[in-house]
Design a protein around this ligand. Structure first.
Ligand SMILES: Cc1cc2nc3c(=O)[nH]c(=O)nc-3n(C[C@H](O)[C@H](O)[C@H](O)COP(=O)(O)O)c2cc1C
Length: 179
C-alpha cells in the first residue's frame, strides 16, 4: 500500500510531523512519501492519503486547503486522515482538540476518516512581524514525538484493516505457514 503524507507548512514544524508519520509507516511496512502539498500534482499513485496543515489564525495553511479542494474527487474515493499542528502549549497533549471549523468542513467534503491536532513549534528567531512578536513569549517546540508516533501506529493498523477489506471476500490474508 502506498501512502501520501502531504502538508502545508510555513516554518517547517508541520513538515517535521509529516516526515515522522511517513517514517513510522515505512517502519511498519508501507510505502510512504512526505511531500509539500504545493508540489503534489496527482494522488493517482497512492492508495491512502494523510493531509496536515499548520494553523494560522484558526485557519489551515493555504497549500493544505488548496490540496483538498483541488483533489477532492480523488480523495473521496480513498481513505484520508487529517492532522493540524498549532498549539504552542501542552493543550494538544491529550490528542483530543477538535479540528477548527474550516478543517471540519474540509473533512466533510472528502469524507475523511479522522483528525488529530498536534502541538506546534515556533522558533525564537521566527521571521515575520506577528510571528517574531509572538516568539518573544511563546517560542518552543510542542510537537510530541510520542503522540505523533502513537497516532501513526494507529494509522498503520487502520490501513491494514483497509487493506484486508479491499481483498476479494474482505477476509484478512491467511499467512502461509499457519496451516
Ligand atoms: C502568526 C501566527 C498565528 C498562529 N495562529 C495559531 C492558531 O490560530 N492556532 C494554533 O493552534 N496555533 C497557531 N499558531 C502556531 C502555529 O500553528 C505553530 O507555530 C505551527 O507549528 C506552525 O507550523 P509551521 O512551522 O509548519 O508553519 C500561530 C503561529 C503564528 C506565528
Amino acid at each position: 500500500m502506498r501512502v501520501l503524507v502531504t502538508y502545508g507548512s510555513k516554518r517547517g514544524g508541520t513538515a517535521g510531523i509529516a516526515e515522522r508519520i511517513a517514517r513510522t509507516l515505512v517502519e511498519r511496512g508501507f510505502q510512504a512519501d512526505a511531500r509539500p502539498s504545493s508540489e503534489v500534482e496527482s494522488v493517482d499513485a497512492y492508495d491512502a492519503v494523510v493531509v496536515g496543515g499548520a494553523l494560522y489564525s484558526s485557519r489551515w495553511h493555504r497549500a493544505a486547503r488548496r490540496f483538498i479542494k483541488h483533489h477532492s474527487e480523488a480523495l473521496r474515493t480513498r481513505p484520508v486522515w487529517l492532522f493540524s499542528s498549532g498549539p504552542l502549549d501542552d493543550s494538544a497533549a491529550g490528542g483530543d482538540i477538535p479540528p477548527v471549523e474550516q478543517v471540519q468542513r474540509l473533512m466533510e467534503r472528502i469524507g475523511a476518516r479522522g483528525h488529530i491536532t498536534f502541538g506546534g513549534r515556533l522558533l525564537p528567531d521566527a521571521k515575520g512581524f506577528i510571528a517574531s512578536k509572538m516568539a518573544r513569549h511563546r517560542a518552543g517546540d510542542w510537537r510530541d514525538p510520542r503522540l505523533i508516533q502513537a497516532w501513526a501506529e494507529g494509522l498503520a493498523d487502520a490501513l491494514r484493516s483497509v487493506e484486508a477489506g479491499a481483498r476479494p471476500g474482505g477476509a484478512p490474508e491467511v499467512t502461509a505457514g499457519l496451516h
